[in-house]
Design a binder for this molecule. Structure first.
Ligand code: ZN
Length: 499
């Protein structure tokens, strides 16, 4: 008879395969499904999700976990089997700690809240959304109590995205980042603006499709184990490490959007394609966290895709597809244009420098709402004041202010992953530049293979064996430090803006 760990693996395989099927249904819904199928698809998903949940919380899993833990006693903490038991136990505890009536309440609240958010946003009236947000806060407090925490309820909510991360660690990282960014943004605002006007014009969608596919191929995205399709909101999804798909959206009057969305999603996808094959269909064959996932997309999108070297290599391809626009543009002009910094109201449109301030603002407001220091009715004023303080802009309406993101329909704790991704990417980039001194010239000749190999070795192939902060320390030799992102941004943008 198989030992407990083998039985646990067989059990996990079933749950993971069902989750992959659910991901296919989801991808189909967001790409090709006819609108009339919406109700049936929702029912198919609910049926499948219930099956998955019931399997995940089955007491048999608890028994197998206990027996597996006994089997790995004496193995070093970092061994694969010990890590598998540790991560699986955490998953199981998380799933079983939240009573099913609270899960049901959260699910039904978030679908109702989404509808109310759409309406409030359309009318640009926060007062319509306020009662729903108050309920979101209350439900998230209850969720945090069920999940458990040592210092702050926010830690419990964060743990769903970033195992081991806490509000106090984030506060420390952001306390260093915030003043440095505010100062840099102000310096840039006072300098002459770079010209990016040529990135607007007429760009046929079929050519953009070919161009973006070529671009992600240069990075190393394997289209034999993936494909790119068109959607409203770009995303990456994985049905197994051998079928990792990306989507993008095209604007026929603007080129940058689709190109950089494709590079971003390809960064996510290459992580999934590089997860450890020998651990496939176990709890370790997945990303370490949302923040680490985001570090991969940001690294390829910004550190590579917005580098001088990549712009120099890629310009002839742009000339090939859109000669009338790019014939008279230099690589340096392209480099400056794709790195234009401008304080703006909308997070998803923000550049590399201002983006993190949008996240810090949301983090601070989430904490204040959770602690009861900020009354929900006062959120729009608090939002506007923080925007003015950090970015020097004030939203003219709630739609362009506190109603812009869908996230608060369902829960708190998701936003920090975006900035953690930038922080981790910058720290990895620092180590990469040290380990691969010739990377710049490789990228300038279109060779991204050394970089992908480094990331495979230091990040992708580890899967979820290490918690995110341990992974950073393991890959870079240091704990996560905001100084790497600050100096990366200083170096790059002081050069571009002549500061
Ligand atoms: Zn992303």
């Amino acid at each position: 008879m198989a030992n407990a760990l083998q039985q646990l693996k067989a059990y996990q395989k079933k749950v993971i395969r069902l989750s992959e099927v659910s991901a296919i249904l989801d991808w189909d819904q967001l790409t090709y499904m006819p609108a009339g199928a919406a109700a049936d698809r929702a029912d198919q998903q609910t049926t499948l999700q219930m099956l998955i949940h019931n399997l995940a919380v089955d007491p048999e899993v608890g028994r197998l976990l206990e027996a597996s833990a006994a089997e790995v006693v004496g193995q070093p903490e970092g061994s694969e089997d010990a890590a598998l038991v540790r991560v699986s136990k955490r998953d199981y505890d998380r799933s079983t700690r939240v009573p099913s009536n609270l899960i049901e309440e959260l699910v039904s609240h978030s679908s109702m809240a989404y509808e109310v958010w759409v309406k409030a946003r359309k009318q640009s009236d926060f007062s319509i959304f306020a009662p729903v947000l108050r309920k979101t806060v209350e439900l998230n407090k209850r969720l945090a109590d069920c999940l458990g925490y040592e210092e702050h309820p926010y830690d419990a909510l964060l743990s769903q995205h970033e195992p081991g991360m806490t509000a106090s660690k984030l506060r420390q990282l952001f306390a260093e980042l915030r003043p440095a960014l505010v100062k840099l943004v102000a310096e840039i605002a006072a300098a002459p603006q770079v010209d990016s006007s040529f990135l607007r014009g007429d760009f046929a969608v079929d050519r953009q499709q070919e161009l973006t596919l070529e671009a992600v191929g240069i990075l190393g995205y394997d289209t034999n184990r993936g494909r790119q399709d068109k959607t409203v909101h770009p995303f990456c999804t994985s049905f197994s490490r051998n079928d990792v798909r990306i989507t993008t959206r095209y604007d026929e009057h603007m080129l940058g959007g689709a190109l950089y969305a494709s590079l971003h999603e390809a960064g996510h996808a290459m992580y999934e394609q590089g997860l450890p094959g020998h651990l496939e269909l176990t709890a370790l064959c997945r990303a370490a966290s949302s923040g680490v996932h985001e570090s991969q997309s940001r690294l390829w999108e910004n550190m590579v895709g917005r580098s001088r070297q990549f712009c120099a290599y890629f310009l002839p391809r742009l000339v090939h597809y859109f000669p009338e626009t790019f014939n008279n543009i230099s690589a340096e002009e392209l480099y400056r244009a794709v790195n234009r910094v401008e304080p703006s109201l909308i997070r998803v449109e923000a550049d590399e420098v201002t983006y993190n301030l949008h996240i810090i603002l949301r983090f601070e407001l989430e904490i204040a709402m959770l602690e009861g220091r900020l009354d929900i009715d006062d959120l729009p004023d608090a939002w506007d004041a923080a925007m003015h303080e950090m970015l020097g802009v004030i939203p003219p309406s709630d739609t362009e202010g506190c109603l812009q993101d869908v996230h608060w329909s369902s829960g708190f704790g998701g936003f920090p992953a975006y900035t953690l991704g930038n922080l981790i990417a910058a720290q990895l980039w620092n180590s990469i530049r040290h380990d691969l001194p010739n990377l710049g010239s490789a990228i300038e000749s279109g060779n991204c293979a050394p970089l992908l190999t480094w990331l495979r070795d230091h990040v992708h192939s580890l899967g979820a064996r290490l918690d995110p902060m341990d992974l950073v320390q393991h890959s870079t030799g240091e704990v996560l430090d905001s100084k790497y992102l600050i100096s990366y941004l200083h170096e790059k943008y002081r050069d571009i803006y002549g500061l």
